[in-house]
Design a protein around this ligand. Sequence first.
Ligand code: SF4
Ligand code: SF4
Length: 436
Amino acid sequence: MQTGFSLAQLADPDMATSEKILRACVHCGFCTATCPTYLLLGDELDSPRGRIYLIKNMLENGAPATPQVVKHIDRCLSCLSCMTTCPSGVHYMHLVDHARAHIERAYTRGFADRALRAALAAILPHPARFRWALAAAMLAKPLRPLIAALPVVGARLSAMIALAPRRFPARPAPAPIVAAPRARVALLEGCAQPVLAPSINLAARRVLARHGVEVAPTGRQGCCGALTHHMGREARALDFARANVDAWTAEIDQGLDAILITASGCGTTVKDYGHMLRADPAYAAKAARVSALAKDISEYLAGFDPLPSIRRTGQPIAYHSACSLQHGQKIVDAPKRLLRGAGFVTKDVPEGHICCGSAGVYNILQPELATRLRDRKLANIAKTRPMAIAAGNIGCITQLAIAASVPVTHTVELLDWASGGPLPEALRGTRFDADA
Ligand code: SF4
Ligand code: SF4
């Protein structure tokens, strides 16, 4: 694609990166076939190719975005399915990230939209605040139909309340200490996941301990920055990234084999720290080192022989491949191999490359499209007749669990149970209990 940026514009490293990406696009349109929003809406401007044109014009003009551009960029899930499909290697992720940051700087949203985005950015990355917000959402559940009928904000508030669980999860038991470790890793605790499902990282710690892997105590790490990054709040996202880079650098200096992440949405962002901080002389090298060590938990565990299963596994499990794992990190087979190694029968979901509609806070900001994608995903999952659904991302787990007819759990929780850990909370009272 030809571009018309001025030399002054290209002096900005973000603009230079975007220009390179734009020039790689040959507007063949292959990507439209696998774009969830194009599939639902059939509008070229809601396809990757259409959005690339809109972004090109917006950035070239250097003017504030128009409401039309914002509408179509906001509808993008950042699922990255288009990157998997594109034969020309167009790095759509970096392009849309730049576009979102530009919109955030140069466009004034309506009051309700601004307020909701500000609240999400202020609450979600902080576990203590998020816990309070969840408690409020749980109390508001009976009022949901009334709240949904409110003008302007009703649908989004209702979507937020629907995502809240009915009760807080039980406090899990601590993981064992590894006496003579064969490897040492860091584990991202994250922000929303430890509140919604603290059992996931505990399960990961137990599985790692059984493999003889020690988890280093990196207490100062926090949110990976993905939630604010995807809302275009670049400065805040980079602050989160720098804090994590600092926390992990101290451990890397003492010897660290990997930085593990159990939420694939976060993993995709941590793997991108090197790019996000490339223009910061104080952090560029350290961030690149962190990104090089970052691994999804399934990617890391796939390097070990399977643990012996001591449960009666053999149940059919629909494996839901999170977009951030399959498109963002190109990890497709490792989680299924691990589940099969533990004795489960994995089922591939038809249309497995299409997003479930979770996508960070997309299911709150775009509830109508997110619900349509969720229902489409669950209908496809039902065709595999599973006893449970496994996924590697808390966003997908929360999104699917609202309306799934079978329990939804994290892949590592199933691996933990199979090798001697407790039954995942979502599976209690199901046939798994009897098979234990
Ligand atoms: S498939 Fe790639 S090259 Fe073709 S239009 Fe889409 S982004 Fe551009
Ligand atoms: S990231 Fe997903 S929703 Fe956005 S343009 Fe690409 S395929 Fe479509």
